[in-house]
Design a protein around this ligand. Structure first.
Ligand code: PMP
Length: 282
């Protein structure tokens, strides 16, 4: 694989980042993952806009313009000859002598790598996934997409150890989101319920596109928090993320949701999202 590090395209085993990089020492770093279909980026403008929002929230700055970042992204797709998968991008505050205070003069670092994998035809999309609940022990600014992912990684491992595919996180009795995805249910009345945007969840790029598609198709969308009990009694559940698009959740805390098969709404929204993704390619 060819990776990108601060101005250079290099074989992955030749790329270097400083031991003093604040991304490494403090998780003082922002990331984005854009999905690749047909060798092109899905909804990338939205990912770059969120990157800007995240770095602004941390007063971090970017090493170059968003236009230049996109040019590097497209060059990465070419050099890696990737057809389907993901492009990971990370900006850190850069290297500085270790100190909690933000350094005055550090230069932000930019790294990128690609991951080749199927996105459209997956077992998860076909059969749905199983989810268990775990307490949400993350920080209070989940709207900033930082690489401080240890709590999410722990929750994912807890889910895997319990024989499930993923965890939905619970805070104050309500689901916040999945470890790396937004959580949605469809009630028995056909209402799509999803938590409203706040600093409690990541403002998913896929969530936004899917809610717009749902409304266009006449599905009633209600943005409010829901409880694990409401999930157990739902007609359907599903997740959204750039990596998984719309993926049905068919088992919740060890119990099937209705018949344990992917729901109609989730299937329809996945089809609509794939069509949207193909139109957004750049
Ligand atoms: N929530 C969390 C915690 C995530 O890590 C992700 C994936 N980055 C999402 C939601 C989904 O966001 P997106 O649709 O932009 O990938």
């Amino acid at each position: 694989r060819i990776v990108y590090v601060n101005g250079e395209f290099l074989p992955e085993d030749e790329a270097k980042i400083s031991v003093f990089d604040r991304g490494f020492l403090f998780a003082d770093a922002i990331y984005e993952v854009s999905t690749v279909l047909q060798g092109k980026l899905v909804d990338n403008a939205a990912h770059l806009a969120r990157l800007q929002r995240s770095v602004d929230a941390l007063n971090m700055g970017l090493p170059c313009s968003l236009e230049e970042i996109e040019a590097i992204q497209l060059e990465m797709l070419k050099r890696n000859d990737i057809n389907e998968g993901g492009l990971y991008l990370q900006v850190t505050r850069g290297a500085a002598d270790r100190d909690f205070a933000f350094p005055k003069d550090s230069k932000p670092s930019l790294v990128m790598f690609t991951q080749s994998r199927p996105v459209i035809d997956t077992a998860a999309a076909q059969n749905g996934i199983s989810v268990v609940t775990t307490p949400d022990i993350r920080w209070q600014r989940r709207d900033i997409k930082t690489v401080g992912l240890l709590p999410a990684s722990m929750a994912k491992q807890t889910a895997l150890d319990a024989g499930a595919n993923d965890a939905w996180l619970v805070e104050d009795g309500f689901i916040t989101e999945g470890t790396s995805n937004n959580a949605h249910i469809v009630t028995k009345d056909g209402v799509l319920l999803t938590r409203a945007l706040s600093n409690k969840i990541l403002h998913g790029i896929t969530r936004k596109a899917v809610l717009a598609l749902a409304e266009e198709t006449g599905i009633t969308v209600e943005e409010r928090s829901f409880t694990p009990d409401e999930v157990s009694n739902a007609a359907e559940a599903f997740i959204t993320s750039a990596s998984m698009f719309v993926t049905p959740v068919v088992t919740f805390n060890g119990e099937p949701i209705v018949d344990g098969k992917p729901g109609k709404v989730a299937k329809r929204l996945r089809e609509l999202y794939i069509a949207f993704a193909l139109k957004s390619l750049k």
